[in-house]
Write a protein that binds this ligand. Structure first.
Ligand SMILES: *[C@@H]1O[C@H](CO)[C@@H](O)[C@H](O)[C@H]1NC(C)=O
Ligand SMILES: *[C@@H]1O[C@H](CO)[C@@H](O)[C@H](O)[C@H]1NC(C)=O
Ligand SMILES: *[C@@H]1O[C@H](CO)[C@@H](O)[C@H](O)[C@H]1NC(C)=O
Ligand SMILES: *[C@@H]1O[C@H](CO)[C@@H](O)[C@H](O)[C@H]1NC(C)=O
Ligand SMILES: *[C@@H]1O[C@H](CO)[C@@H](O)[C@H](O)[C@H]1NC(C)=O
Ligand SMILES: *[C@@H]1O[C@H](CO)[C@@H](O)[C@H](O)[C@H]1NC(C)=O
Ligand SMILES: *[C@@H]1O[C@H](CO)[C@@H](O)[C@H](O)[C@H]1NC(C)=O
Ligand SMILES: *[C@@H]1O[C@H](CO)[C@@H](O)[C@H](O)[C@H]1NC(C)=O
Ligand SMILES: *[C@@H]1O[C@H](CO)[C@@H](O)[C@H](O)[C@H]1NC(C)=O
Ligand SMILES: *[C@@H]1O[C@H](CO)[C@@H](O)[C@H](O)[C@H]1NC(C)=O
Ligand SMILES: *[C@@H]1O[C@H](CO)[C@@H](O)[C@H](O)[C@H]1NC(C)=O
Length: 734
């Protein structure tokens, strides 16, 4: 009878709160759609988070002000706590927690945009600081030094002693669930010890530890016994495409135009990278496609070529560009027609752009900076380029200013400058073993960004750098069956788009870039009326930032032999570089888009397409605009973006010469909330003895068999998210 009474009481609590009381921690409510902070390692350190092997448990505490955080580290009495923090407060409280982590079992971070977020970036104040080229002055350790990423907390590169999970805004109801439980059990803050308290358990155990050297060794040695590796090198593929085909015989000097593909965040599966990388990448692809129309490949009579390159893995100490710079040094890139540095007349990087789009969302301006280390050797090329580009931008009411400095913002160019410096030093030491020693007039270097001395993007490489951060609104206009896009002029003329929308500005920027390159290749100013289409930009931004199930990526997908549409997921393209063992999608998307938009569409069927064998081209059978399959002849190709550290035998991982980042393997990640018995409760249970235990066991059995009816959410058995819509939880990466 007593048994039955307790039982009803407990049921009542369950139904009201959807949280389990006491019941032996058997009944939990799973928190869905969260993304965990995970562990990465470099040659000498481990960074990121891991829970204990069996997870971390702590009493829920909502941190709404700084004083709550101080209470947690100083005054809390019930042992370990799970701090529930919003993104607006995170930057202020995380330091408190890291300084005194004794009471902190973990942090559950949630995003509620109506709270307003000043700055949120877990990258360094000086991103990729230790892999910067000569002349860089950014120093994250010196408080007084002027830094690029002022809001950076560097958490992505620090060892965090507790797990952190992130709940995106679309999943705020999970926080409300925890809040209800918190309100019911934990409000009496002075008397928490020994009481039943609302608690959270986080599981995100990481197999790798210490540093890349140790985990790679462990992975290699354990391969014989089990196939269990504990970490993988970060890496994927770079994408390159030349305006004209290049073979060893027909090699020309090139203008290299580059951007980066990847972004990252502290959390698994979230890497929106809108202003961090996507706008630069989209600008490059758009400019390449319009230049291919301005200078058709048949008119290949010029003595220069344009090599468009997208680097991958740049967030983690410039993986992709280090590989290319290293391979170029040894005459191995691009494989078909290797370039020496002296073959590169000019290097123009579309760096971090997009951060100031929001600042100018109500005017036509979009001010750019060209950072260039101007010397007597490159003065002419740099000033000609900047003048030409400013002239074109000015016709669109946008502006460009040259900043002559050695202190370049974080950019792939740093990798080339480091290697060039090595070569120069060797040359000075009369060491002529180097392949490339004639550097006079080689590589006039420029990086174009839309910020001055500090990033305008306050969400650099973070979970919040999504389409909202550039004020992107999708227009969803249909594309012609033959791949025609509505021109920017038409869109503005009939009022479909406004002049100051992100799409339009990016299209105009791409046009200015293409026209500037035209002058460099052809030798005279462009006089035609071709402009990049804001419609194309609209579609491309949508693909990378909102949904991969988009018109462009469907058209740029491989056509399957049996026909049939493969569904691309309705979520943003992941821009995190990932591990070399798993090919990433972003590089494939970017490469195929370049091929589709710039390549020659041949009127042949699939069999013939596969039989084509002109050495200087690649052939792709893609779905095409009307999805009936099209043969593309293109110079686009992929090359490895893996740090030389993992390809050089006996590389010293502590030397700091190349990127050494690896990612730990994990098995599963989940969060759940429950009501835990306090210390007193546990003692009482001991006294009541076997009868009570049996009673509770029976209750537990009853409850579990009816868990489906009691919990509205998924029962305890499916703790891991299967929610495709949120889709953020990746459960296994090994
Ligand atoms: C690894 O990262 C830490 C923290 O950013 C840095 O101090 C260290 O120099 C890095 N080590 C290597 C070998 O790159
Ligand atoms: C917390 O503890 C400090 C001393 O460690 C004390 O000064 C302060 O008043 C306490 N705060 C609360 C809210 O109890
Ligand atoms: C987000 O924050 C606002 C402002 O404090 C609050 O009114 C709102 O309820 C919060 N949203 C959710 C879902 O918690
Ligand atoms: C540039 O701005 C001026 C004044 O705001 C305006 O009259 C002109 O039409 C604009 N030009 C373009 C190309 O938008
Ligand atoms: C010259 O370079 C080679 C290979 O890079 C190296 O082995 C050698 O020690 C160098 N010689 C001098 C004098 O620096
Ligand atoms: C775009 O328009 C198509 C119809 O043309 C519609 O099916 C689709 O849902 C729209 N997409 C968005 C994101 O609005
Ligand atoms: C503008 O033109 C496009 C294509 O030419 C058309 O699809 C769209 O409906 C037009 N919009 C308006 C408001 O007329
Ligand atoms: C662009 O110029 C071509 C001729 O050079 C002309 O036929 C075409 O109508 C022009 N297009 C626009 C939109 O002005
Ligand atoms: C492709 O075209 C060739 C030549 O026109 C023809 O012999 C072949 O049967 C075609 N293949 C298919 C699959 O239609
Ligand atoms: C593409 O890359 C592969 C592998 O690096 C190389 O073998 C091939 O020749 C390249 N093709 C072209 C057209 O660049
Ligand atoms: C698809 O487009 C190609 C040209 O790109 C054309 O040859 C073919 O007839 C079109 N197919 C359909 C079904 O419209």
């Amino acid at each position: 009878m007593l048994c039955r009474y307790i039982f009803l009481l407990i049921c009542a609590v369950f139904i009201k709160l959807t949280c389990g009381e006491r019941l032996h921690e058997q009944i939990y409510s799973s928190i869905e759609g969260g993304a965990a902070c995970f562990r990465r390692l470099n040659g000498s350190h481990q960074a990121g988070c891991s829970s204990a092997n069996n997870g971390a448990v702590g009493v829920v505490h909502f941190v709404r002000e700084l004083s709550d955080a101080n209470w947690l580290v100083k005054n809390a009495t019930a042992g370990s706590y799970m701090a529930i923090v919003n993104t607006a407060l995170f930057r202020e409280v995380i330091d408190t927690f890291l300084k005194q982590p004794e009471n902190i079992a973990g942090v559950l971070l949630y995003h509620n945009s109506s709270l307003g977020i000043p700055a949120f970036s877990q990258d360094s104040r000086c991103p990729n600081e230790y892999f910067s080229g000569p002349g860089s002055t950014c120093s994250s350790l010196e408080p007084s030094s002027s830094v690029w990423n002022e809001g950076g907390t560097n958490l992505m590169r620090r060892d965090i002693p507790f797990p952190i999970f992130f709940i995106p805004e679309s999943r705020l109801e999970e926080i409300n669930k925890i809040e209800q439980c918190f309100q019911s059990f934990n409000l009496d803050m002075d008397n928490q010890n020994g009481r039943p308290l609302c608690s959270v358990q986080m599981h995100s155990f990481m197999f790798a530890a210490v540093d890349s050297t140790v985990c790679m060794r462990r992975s290699a040695s354990s391969a014989l016994i089990t196939s269990a590796k504990v970490c993988d090198p970060l890496g994927d593929r770079n994408v390159y495409y030349s305006l004209f085909p290049q073979s060893k015989e027909t090699k020309k000097r090139v203008v290299m135009v580059t951007a980066r593909i990847d972004s990252a965040s502290l959390f698994d599966g979230i890497s929106p990278g809108a202003a961090s990388s996507a706008v630069g990448m989209v600008t490059l692809i758009t400019a390449a496609s319009i230049l291919a129309q301005m200078i058709p490949v048949e008119t290949n009579t010029y003595d220069k070529n344009v090599l468009w390159t997208l680097f991958n893995g740049e967030t983690f100490d410039y993986i992709g560009s280090q590989k290319v710079a290293y391979d170029m040094r040894y005459g191995e890139w691009p494989p078909l027609a290797p370039l020496k540095y002296s073959d590169v007349e000019m290097y123009l990087e579309l760096g971090q752009i997009g951060g100031s789009l929001l600042l100018h969302k109500e005017d036509e301006d979009w001010p750019f900076k060209m950072f260039a280390p101007v010397t007597a050797n490159n003065l002419v090329v740099v000033s000609e380029t900047v003048e030409e580009m400013s002239r074109h931008l000015a016709t669109f009411n946008m502006s460009l200013q040259l900043t002559s400095t050695q202190n370049l913002p974080p950019s792939s160019l740093h990798s080339f400058r480091r290697i060039l410096q090595d070569i120069q030093e060797e040359k000075n030491g009369k060491n002529l073993s180097s392949v490339d020693i004639d550097l006079n007039g080689a590589m006039s270097q420029m990086v174009m960004v839309d910020h001055n001395d500090h990033f305008t993007n306050v969400y650099y490489n973070s979970a919040l750098d999504d389409y909202n951060n550039i004020g992107f609104n999708y227009h969803n206009l249909s594309i012609g069956n033959d791949g025609t896009f509505i021109t920017t002029n038409d869109l503005i003329a009939n009022g479909t788009m406004k002049r100051f929308e992100a799409q339009v500005k990016i299209a105009l920027l791409a046009t200015a870039v293409a026209r500037t390159l035209y002058r460099r290749i052809v030798g005279e100013s462009y006089t035609g009326n071709l402009t990049a289409s804001a419609h194309l930009v609209d579609e491309m931004l949508y693909c990378f930032m909102k949904s991969q199930a988009c018109r462009l990526l469907l058209a740029a997908d491989y056509a399957k032999s049996g026909g049939g549409e493969e569904n691309l997921p309705e979520k943003p393209a992941p821009l995190y570089v990932g591990v070399t063992a798993w090919p990433g999608t972003a590089s494939v998307f970017a490469g195929h888009l370049l091929a589709l938009l710039t390549g020659t569409h041949l009127a042949v069927n699939r069999t013939q397409c596969e039989a084509m064998d002109k050495i200087e081209y690649s052939y792709y059978w893609l779905k095409g605009w009307n999805h009936s399959g099209v043969c593309i002849q293109t110079t686009m190709n992929f090359s490895q973006a893996i740090s030389p550290a993992f390809t050089i035998s006996d590389y010293d991982f502590a030397s700091g010469e190349f990127s050494t980042w690896t990612e730990s393997v994990w098995r599963e990640m989940w969060v759940r909330v429950f009501v835990a018995a306090g210390g007193g409760g546990a003692r009482a249970a001991g006294v009541t003895g076997a009868v009570a235990t049996a009673c509770v066991a029976a209750l537990t059995y009853w409850l579990r068999s009816r868990a489906r009816h009691i919990f509205i959410e998924a029962p305890a058995a499916s703790l891991v998210s299967t929610d495709a819509a949120a889709g953020i939880m990746r459960t296994v990466n090994c």
